[in-house]
Design a protein around this ligand. Structure first.
Ligand SMILES: [Zn+2]
Length: 383
């Protein structure tokens, strides 16, 4: 099983031994990395290993002996697992294992404290370890063509993340905590099974978001209104499948528009939608809004957090990451709100308002100032 003969890479190994910090091993037909890399201390200054398109099926667990490694580039192999030892490579900045056979990432991947680029597209990952949220300097995360159906909420702690590619997975939603990714400029989620997108996108945090590509999500019929000025691709191959009834217990609406009707799935946190003629939200909603408003009274955010400690965790989570912001007054809304649906450039956008008063104002803004079609609510009393 051990590949005895490394004669075809003799020159490359010699150069690295002489002090070249990059080891070029692309397209060499290797089944294993040469063992001398790990037992010969001459290689300890290696910073980069290029080993694209070989026949590697595993990586040595003690690869961390090459403690100067900054970049591992090994796409298009047959690697099935990343050994835990790799998590000790604290200088590693870039790890590319695209087009391999990975089924999971190491649980301790968060220990790669300097990692800026993680490229693991075209693998078989079904989940991500929650420690991924510890990668504070991670700027690029590529997860295209895996088997992900959910994402860990901790991913939203990767505050340096600028590019996130999740194309062709099995996601039905994204965490509403995504607004915390304040550096994100490009997010691609094409070819998933998305039904809704978080309302807080782009209007709370996410101020840097420029591109959100959502093509080929057949059950996606509406986008959050906060994305109305953001390039969302061409919305192709969406609105083809009926999303209604897919998520149990979720409030749904069917809104007629011209000859068609628009099926709308509310964010799962919304428990009831306040009818346009009823200006009083539920008691739970009022309680949450009152508690949320206390935040501004504390100069130290930790004191507000301490106040929330006495609440059930679902309420605490909602208060820290609200469902939506009122489109007009920007007040946080949680479990009940007044929906509004706007049609602009062939895409339907869903937003929420805290009250009839705000809904009237926002409808006037969109229809009068921007010339957009207000699809819902159809009946709007004059205040
Ligand atoms: Zn409002």
């Amino acid at each position: 099983m051990e590949q005895a003969d490394f004669s075809n890479i003799k020159d490359e190994l010699e150069n690295a031994k002489k002090g070249d910090t990059i080891l070029h091993l692309n397209y060499k037909g290797l089944k294993n990395l040469p063992p001398c890399l790990l037992y010969d201390i001459c290689y300890r200054n290696l910073k980069t290993i290029y080993a694209k398109r070989n026949l590697l099926t595993c990586l040595p667990d003690n690869l961390n002996q090459l403690s100067s490694l900054v970049e591992i580039y090994m796409p298009s192999n047959n690697i099935k697992a990343i050994p835990d030892g790799i998590c000790n490579l604290t200088k590693l900045e870039s790890l590319n294992l695209c087009d391999n056979e990975l089924t999971q990432l190491p649980a301790d991947i968060g220990r790669l404290g300097n990692l800026q680029k993680l490229q693991v597209s075209v693998n078989k990952l079904a989940s991500l370890p929650s420690s991924i949220g510890q990668l504070r300097y991670l700027k690029t995360l590529e997860l295209m063509r895996n088997d992900l159906s959910t994402l860990p909420i901790s991913l939203c702690r990767c505050e340096s993340l600028m590019t996130l590619n999740l194309d062709y997975n099995r996601l039905t939603s994204l965490p509403r905590h995504f607004w915390r990714l304040t550096s994100l400029t490009e997010l691609s989620v094409c070819g998933n099974n998305l039904i809704t997108l978080p309302q807080t996108f782009a209007n709370k945090g996410l101020g840097s978001l420029r591109f959100l590509l959502v093509d080929k999500n057949p059950a996606l019929h509406v986008l959050p209104i906060s994305l109305i000025h953001i390039d969302t691709g061409n919305f192709q191959s969406c609105r083809q499948r009926n999303p209604l009834g897919v998520l149990p217990g979720v409030v749904e609406l069917v809104v007629p528009y011209k000859e068609t009707s628009v099926p709308i799935v509310m964010p799962p946190e919304i428990r009831d939608i306040t009818a346009p003629w009823n200006s009083i939200p539920s008691l739970q909603e009022l309680g949450l809004r009152t508690t949320g408003a206390l935040r501004s009274r504390f100069s130290d955010p930790k004191e507000f957090l301490a106040l929330l400690d006495s609440l059930p965790c679902t309420l605490k989570s909602l208060l820290l990451d609200p469902t939506a912001l009122c489109q007009f007054c920007l007040q946080e809304v949680y479990v009940s709100a007044l929906p509004l649906l706007v049609f602009n450039k062939s895409v339907f956008y869903l937003g929420f308002c805290c009250s009839v008063k705000c809904a009237v104002q926002i409808c006037l803004t969109y229809s009068t100032n921007f010339g957009m079609d207000i699809v819902y609510p159809l009946y709007m009393p004059v205040i």
